[in-house]
Every structure is written in C-alpha cells, then in structure tokens.
Design a protein around this ligand. Structure first.
Ligand code: NAD
Ligand code: IPM
Ligand code: MN
Length: 357
C-alpha cells in the first residue's frame, strides 16, 4: 500500500519529535509493505515567520490531498511576539482552523498505564495500575468555535453552543469505541449549572436509549470528574465530553502514565485523519535533547491504525516504544535517555522485532 503523509512539524520541540516519528515510520514501513512518502509543510509559528499566517494556503491544500496528517506541536512561550498578534492570526487559531478544515470532530485521547511501568506514574503505583481510558473529546464545536466571541476593555464573551447533530455524532463515536472495550461510557458535563450541558446530557441519553441500549452510560460533573481521574482513574473506560472540558481533563489524565509527553491523539470524522501528541511545543525544553518523543511515536502508531488501516504495523511500533520505555525511559520519567537516545532505542527495538529468533 502506498500512502502520502503530510508532516507539520511546527515549533520548538515539534520538529524534534516529528523527526523521531518519521524515522520510526521509515524504519518499519518496508516490513509491512507500506510505501510511505512524506511532505513537510509550514504550520504554526514557523509559518507565521515564513508566510505571515499560521495556516498557509499551501498547507491547506496539501493536507486535504494527503492520506493522513502528522502534526508535531505549535506555539511559543507566553512573551513571544506570535502571542501579540490579533487572535485570528495567532498560532492556536491556525490549529483550530486546521481541525475545522479537516472536519475532524472526534478527538481520541487514549490514556493507558503500561503494565510493569506503574512506577513511572506520579500517583501511587496501586492507584495507577490498570488505568486504561479513552477520552473522546469533541473537537470542532463548543466554546472554541461559538459566536459571539470577543473582548473589549470593558468585557469579554465566548459562547458554548452545541447543535444536536454535533452531540449525536460524538456520542456515537464514544459508544462505538465502548463496544470494542468494556462497554461503559461516562459523559462529562456541567449540567447542574449550564443549559448547554443539560442539552448535551439529554442528547447523549437519547443516543444511548435508541442506538446503544445494551451499553452502560453514566454522567459525571466535570469538577468531580477531575477529582475522580486523579484519585481513582481505573473506574473510567470511555469518557465523552465537550471541547473545553476534554482539553483540560486530557492534560490531567495524561500525567497518570508518567508525563504529558506520553499521550497521543487521533482526530477523526473527516476524510483525512489528523494525528498529534496531546502536549504543546514545550519551549522551556526545546533544543536540549529533552523532549519525550513517545506521545508523537504513539500518535504515529494511531496514524498507522486509524489513518492507514495498518494495525500490524501499529502494534509493532507500540511494542517497540513500550520495550524502549521499560528498558530506560526519558529524563522526564526519571530515566537517563535524551530524545535522540530514546529514538535510537526504538529503532533498535523495531529492528530486533524483525530479526527472526
Ligand atoms: P506544553 O504542553 O508545551 O508544556 C507543558 C509542560 O510539559 C512544560 O513543562 C513542558 O516542558 C512539558 N512537556 C510538554 N511536552 C513534553 C514532552 N514531549 N517531553 C517532556 N516534557 C514535555 O504546554 P504550554 O507550555 O502551556 O504551551 C506551550 C505552547 O504550546 C503554547 O503556545 C500552547 O498554546 C501550545 N500548545 C500547542 C498544542 C498543539 O500544538 N497541539 C497543544 C498544547 C499547547
Ligand atoms: C490541545 C491544545 C490546543 C487546544 C490549543 C493549542 C489550541 O491545548 O491540542 O490540547 O486547546 O485544543
Ligand atoms: Mn490542550
């Protein structure tokens, strides 16, 4: 099978981890009969500097023609001039525009503690052990895209609005994912206060009753969900929630396996999938060989699984990453390896897997 992958390295550690993922994909492709071609495109702050906008037309056209899009991370430190631009010209607006352009409304953020690697968690090992949840975050609606949204000197407003079809389709994604897991969905909202959340809850209940009555649906308020994720993460299987709550809860859940740098994501629902780690561009550690490439490598595995329908290749990449983590993780996890040494370890594990015993 041949596939074209659009690479959007982005800023700061984005290019560092993107190179690692590309190297791993190139190393395993021949074994699985994959003929991969890569096209590197300007995006984020790098694109502002080179083209004046974060999401240039050349990138806009190329991502639609690709078979999958792999994105590093974008953005600069708080004081960077990119953040002084008008909102619509900023890096983060480019990222939202990319998601909207690809119509990827379903953001899957799996959070799993690898058996044997519980000690990497900042939680007590017996609390972290067995954590295996899938956060399904609505990605192209809610308060990120609602109108009106503006600020003056005197006031600011953003609007959390969901249309029925937006909630129905993300609920279906969550229930379908739960069918392949333990069959439990927790819908997270703030229905005790927000009308938009009561609407969300009613629509999710409707989809459950009419289309997935044999699955288990629970509801949880978002403040309690934050507490429960930190104290008893194993109670969750599939968590479905809106754009803003999903953003916050996924960073929280991300540290359960050990570091924000571990968590991958897949954004699906349009014609082309978008794959990116959950972490940002981490300007504080860029250029120092400190970036953990695991979130990016596991995003590349999700690209193989969901974007190219190459599950055996995805399994091989995940196994190689887990083997390298078990052997000696990166420094953010208390190991000794920098980005490059970890990338080399993954390459060795991929080669070892392909060598007959
Ligand atoms: P961040 O995720 O970049 O960093 C938060 C903390 O986690 C930092 O201490 C950082 O060093 C650490 N960290 C993050 N990724 C890591 C990795 N792979 N290995 C080791 N440590 C890692 O969040 P931030 O500092 O709030 O944001 C920085 C910029 O990134 C901002 O411009 C923000 O808007 C942007 N951002 C982009 C994305 C994206 O491109 N998808 C996601 C989140 C934030
Ligand atoms: C994420 C990021 C983005 C978001 C920002 C950078 C726009 O935090 O992918 O989680 O809020 O969705
Ligand atoms: Mn985020």
């Amino acid at each position: 099978m041949s596939a074209r992958i659009a690479l959007l390295p982005g800023d700061f550690i984005g290019p560092e981890v993107t190179e690692v993922a590309r190297g791993a994909l190139e190393a395993l492709a021949p074994r699985f009969g994959l003929d991969l071609t890569f096209e590197t495109l300007p995006f984020g702050g790098a694109a502002i500097d080179a083209h004046g906008v974060p999401f240039p037309d050349v990138t806009r056209e190329a991502v639609r023609k690709a078979d999958a899009v792999l994105l590093g991370a974008v953005g600069g430190p708080q004081a960077h001039p990119w953040n002084a631009l008008p909102r619509e010209q900023r890096v983060e607006s480019g990222l939202l525009a990319l998601r909207a352009h690809l119509e990827v409304f379903a953001n899957l953020r799996p959070v799993a503690v690898v058996p044997g690697l519980e000690s990497l968690s900042p939680l007590k090992s017996d609390v972290a052990q067995g954590t295996d949840m899938l956060i399904v975050r609505e990605l192209t609606g809610g308060i990120y895209f609602g109108s009106p949204s503006e600020a003056t000197d005197a006031w600011g407003v953003s609007t959390m609005r969901y249309e029925r079809h937006e909630v129905e389709r993300i609920a279906r994604v969550a229930f379908e994912a739960a069918q392949g897991r333990s069959g439990r969905v927790t819908s997270v909202d703030k229905a005790n206060v927000l009308d938009v959340s009561q609407f969300w809850r009613d629509v999710v209940v409707g989809i459950h009753e009419t289309e997935f009555p044999t699955l288990t649906l629970e509801h949880m308020y978002v403040d309690n969900a934050a507490m429960q994720i930190a104290s008893q993460p194993t109670q969750f299987d599939v968590v479905v929630t809106g754009n803003l709550f999903g953003d916050i809860l996924s960073d929280l859940a991300a540290v359960i396996p050990g570091s924000l740098g571990l968590l991958p994501s897949a954004s699906l629902g349009g014609s082309v999938g978008l794959f990116e780690p959950v972490h940002g561009s981490a300007p504080d550690i860029a250029g120092q060989d400190l970036a953990n490439p695991v979130g990016m490598l596991l995003s590349a595995a999700m690209l193989l699984r969901h974007g190219l329908e190459a599950p055996a290749a995805a399994d091989a990449l995940e196994s190689a990453v887990h083997a390298a983590l078990a052997d000696d993780p990166t420094r953010d996890l208390g190991g000794t390896r920098g980005t490059e040494a970890f990338a080399n370890a993954v390459q060795s594990a991929l080669t070892a897997e392909s060598t007959p015993a």
